[in-house]
Structure formats: C-alpha cells, structure tokens
Design a binder for this molecule. Sequence first.
Ligand SMILES: Cc1ncc(C[n+]2csc(CCOP(=O)(O)OP(=O)(O)O)c2C)c(N)n1
Ligand code: SF4
Ligand SMILES: [Mg+2]
Length: 314
Amino acid sequence: MDNLKQALPKAQKNPPPAPVVSSSSGSLPSASKLHAAFSGYFPTWCPGCGNFGIWTAIKSAFSKMKLNPDKMAVVFGIGCSGNMNDFLWANSFHALHGRAIPNAVGIKIANHSLPVIVIVGDGDCYGEGGNHFLHAARGNHDITVIVHDNRVYGLTTGQVAPTAYKGFKSRSTPNGIIEVPVNPIALAVSQGATFVGQGFSGDMAHLTQLLESAVKHRGFSVVNVFQPCVTFNHVNSYSWYRERVYKLAPENHNPEDINRAWEKSLEVEEKIPLGIIYQVERPVYTDSLPQLAEKPLVFSEPVTDLEMLINEFV
Ligand SMILES: Cc1ncc(C[n+]2csc(CCOP(=O)(O)OP(=O)(O)O)c2C)c(N)n1
Ligand code: SF4
Ligand SMILES: [Mg+2]
C-alpha cells in the first residue's frame, strides 16, 4: 500500500484556471480548445488505470459534439469513477453513492433542454443504485449513463462489485464470490433502455464514437465500459479484454433487432461484443408531461400563491 501511495501522482493544490468557453459573440471555441476547457485537475487515479481512457474519450466526444460545459449537467456517483468530478470541468453535481441517476432524472425534468450525463461505477449503478437504474430505463428518461465496469469497488480498495465473475477472489470474498454476476446489457434491454452500448477504455477512438452516439440518442442511453482496475483486479486486465473483445458492425448486427441484442448480451466470457448492441425509438418521459410543453420547468414562473395550492390539494 505504501508503494502504491508513492506511485500515485500528487493531487494539485490549486485548481486549473477557469476556462473561457463562450466568446463575446456567444460562439464556442474549436474542438481542441473545448477539449482543453473540459479538463479539470490532473487525475489522481493509479498509473495505468482504465479511467484515463474513459476520461479522454468523454472529453473527445463532448468537444467533438461541441457541447458547452456551462450548458449541460454531468452527475457523478461515488467511486474512483466519480472522482472524475474534479477532473472534468463542466456544470456538475457529485451525488451520494447509488444516487446519481435519480439526481440526473430530476435535473432533466427541471430543464429538459440540457444534455444530462451520468458518470458512475459498476457498484454505484448496478449495486447500490440498481433500483434507480431499472426505473430510469423504464421511464426512458432522456439521459446518458456511462458506467465504469471494473468489476470491483475500486475506491474502497477492491471489494467485489455486482459485475464480478463467480469465484472472483477479493478482500471481501477471500474464497471467491458466491453469486453469479449481473448482466448489464441484458438488464438494460429487459428494463426498457432504448440505447445500450458497450465499450472498452483500451480503445478510445471506438469509445469516443460510441459515447457520441449515446449522447445524441433521444432516450435512456447506457454505455457499459470495460475499465481495467490495475490495482485491485488482476484477472480482467487490458490483455484479458484484448483477447476477447470484437466490434459490432452494420453488416453483422442490426441494433433494432431485440433478439440479436439478447444473443449479444449472453456473450460475456469467450468473446465479448463492443458497439451499439440495442437501439430503438420510444417517446421520452418528458414528452408526456404537458406542463413542460411550452418551456422547461426551470424557466416557468415559480408558484408563490400558497393559498391557491392549499385550496387545490387540501
Ligand atoms: C451509501 C453508501 N454506501 C457505501 C459507501 C462506501 N463506498 C464509497 S465508494 C464505494 C464503491 C465504489 O465502487 P464503484 O461504484 O464500482 O466505483 P469505482 O470506485 O470502482 O469506480 C463504496 C461502497 C458510500 N459512500 N455510500
Ligand atoms: S483503484 Fe483501480 S479503479 Fe481506482 S484508480 Fe486505482 S486502478 Fe483505477
Ligand atoms: Mg467499480
């Protein structure tokens, strides 16, 4: 542990300068300047951590899409993944463990004109916050959930996450985990997610494209990203994934075909698919709220006449 501490980069004491995003004309700078504008503190992740690849792909996707860091909302969970809150400079909220998704849903309902992104760990999303994941998928809330799937609880020093393979030995399961793993892809498809993708932090170009597609999708989009934890997971390493992952392409996969999505969701061990596994269109939650039809809730006049409310409801 002492060796590990010595190897970690020292956290910067002072924040980087606040980026100037909008010029006086209101236009956004070039994609490369935007990429820099999204960078916060230099990450304190362990050297070689898969989170670096996800961080880079997120910044590349956001800047290529010309998202404005001031006009979007990024909600982080708790974990090594959630620590990106300090490393990604955008309008953001650091939620409680397992509670990133409901905060994102609330933000989206309050202002459905904002792109809303959730950045969480596998423990946060499929364990502690698993119930929120199911219900946000059912509602087709128009948010994008990026899950760092390292099969461990990284921040709390390597206990098993719900994605750990049966038999995985960790500090909390010295004789191997008894349960079978959650299947993130099958779970998302079965609960009504309308965009389900899978990426690998070791392939940043592919991940960037996938994240762009997920953010552009109108509806509940989830991208499960394989993220080697080089410190606490010595099984699912970069080479373990490289030997197994392959890319889905239009000639070998139709993402609208739910039966094909089920088949792909079962490929978890010998060969593992990357790309858009499932994508369909369905009205999003806020489409069915007439009170949002004219403008986002946040721009409406607040109700101050309490007597009127009391008379209506009491
Ligand atoms: C309600 C609650 N339970 C437990 C914790 C302790 N805790 C903090 S981070 C974490 C695990 C994080 O694992 P994961 O979500 O997979 O993220 P990673 O660190 O692997 O990126 C836990 C259990 C907490 N902060 N809050
Ligand atoms: S503990 Fe694992 S997930 Fe956390 S920063 Fe280190 S390598 Fe990354
Ligand atoms: Mg994890």
